[in-house]
Design a protein around this ligand. Structure first.
Ligand code: PMP
Ligand code: GLN
Length: 383
């Protein structure tokens, strides 16, 4: 986790946002929206502060939020959860991932199967937990795993299969076949499925299917989500985990020594968000679909090969048709050449697996349409 000179290596998102700030480029690097979330949610947080909800909340989270999370899982996915034992609130999905991995793995004999490219904290947390990382590649254009490669990676040493669906950075949504195979392998090898579904409401084609709804998976799956993406409140850091009570207890044991608790006035506000009508949730998916279409069209017109996402905040594009040989270099020069920031996919892979991703770039579509159009205009000057 340290840089080659022993310094702390900044995450790729911090580095790219700093580059955007320094150059004044449009930041399509770090994934955060440039508009506020729903007024009711923001107002609920203001009210909570005014009402004095400013001290430590309960360790599991405030009952109003635990109940709202359980009601959300029931309403959207038909999953019945006991809010008192099968739900906990965390400091974002980031803490949920860290606490879960620290709770579930013991040491280097425990393997964690991760799909590659992966969200940057996955490999870092596997390393912090002292476990062994086993990766399964997701290749363009579909970014679905090969079922034989998946089956070969999962063995009796596998303690956790870490899923991210919809997927960051590729925007892929796993097929029903892939989900079923993950559940089958987890059962066969007695592994736990840890699934990060923070983009659950940002899917473009079919409704999201949590892997926890598969009967073989239900009793061995911890599902992570977060209010950040759904309610455009990435700075609030209200995340949660749902799953079997024994696994939730194990994670809570670790979590209480990481952050203990977080964000008391934001917890009832996210509870308000989770209770918004269906039209809100359809609306954010429609909005993001429109945005990724604008971004995709702009990238194509600029000469990139575009891999149309099925969900998430992100679109992956290949810069090779523009003559790029190395996406990291391309991204470092892009602010100067075109006034736009993107993130090289090589930031999301292990060093030995860089080759297939060498010229791929992730662009964030979670920006106002006029910003995406301006980015497209600037990128058009690249050719
Ligand atoms: N997982 C994925 C796949 C993400 O994209 C992100 C944030 N971009 C996180 C986890 C972190 O979520 P949070 O901000 O709630 O900690
Ligand atoms: N998850 C966001 C992204 O993928 C960034 C979060 C962060 O900066 N750690 O861009």
């Amino acid at each position: 986790l340290l840089g080659s000179d022993g310094s702390i290596a900044a995450t790729i998102f911090a580095e790219m946002s700093a580059l955007a700030a320094r150059t004044g480029a449009i930041n399509l690097g770090q994934g955060f929206p440039d508009e506020d979330g729903p007024a009711e949610v923001l107002e609920a947080a203001r009210r909570a502060i005014a009402d004095g909800l400013n001290q430590y909340p309960p360790g599991r989270g405030m009952p109003v939020l635990l109940e709202a999370i359980a009601a959300h899982q029931q309403r959207f996915y038909g999953l019945t959860l006991d809010p008192a034992t099968q739900v906990i609130v965390t400091a974002g999905a980031t803490e949920a991932l860290a606490a879960s991995l620290l709770a579930l793995v013991e040491g280097p004999d425990d393997e964690v199967v991760v799909f590659e490219p992966y969200y940057d904290s996955y490999a870092a947390c596997v390393a912090l937990a002292g476990a062994t990382l086993r990766t399964v590649p997701l290749r363009a254009p579909s970014f679905q795993p090969d079922l034989d490669e998946l089956a070969a990676a999962v063995t009796d040493r596998t303690r956790v299969i870490l899923v991210n669906d919809p997927h960051n950075p590729t925007g892929a949504v796993f097929s029903a076949e892939v989900r079923a195979e993950i559940a089958r392998l987890a059962e066969r090898h007695d592994a736990i499925i840890l699934t990060d579904e923070v983009y659950e409401h940002l899917v473009f084609d079919e409704p999201h299917v949590p892997i926890a709804t598969l009967p073989e998976a239900r009793d061995r799956t911890l599902t992570i989500s977060s209010g950040g993406k759904t309610f455009r409140t990435t700075g609030w850091k209200i995340g949660w985990i749902t799953g079997p009570a024994d696994l939730i207890t194990a994670v809570l044991t670790v979590k209480q020594y990481l952050t203990y608790v977080n964000g008391s006035p934001f917890q009832p506000a996210i509870a308000v968000g989770l209770g918004l009508p269906d039209a809100f949730f359809r609306g954010i998916a429609d909005d993001m679909r429109g945005k990724k279409d604008v971004l995709g069209a702009g990238l194509r017109a600029a000469g990139f090969e575009v891999f149309d996402p099925q969900g998430s905040y992100f679109t992956v594009a290949d810069a090779a048709p523009l003559g790029a040989a190395d996406a990291a270099e391309f991204c470092r020069s892009l602010p100067e050449r075109a006034g736009v920031v993107g993130v090289p996919l090589t930031a999301f892979v292990t060093a030995e697996h860089r080759a297939p991703y060498a010229t791929l770039v992730r662009f964030a579509a979670c920006k106002r349409v006029e910003v995406l159009e301006e980015a497209a205009t600037r990128l058009a000057g690249l050719q």
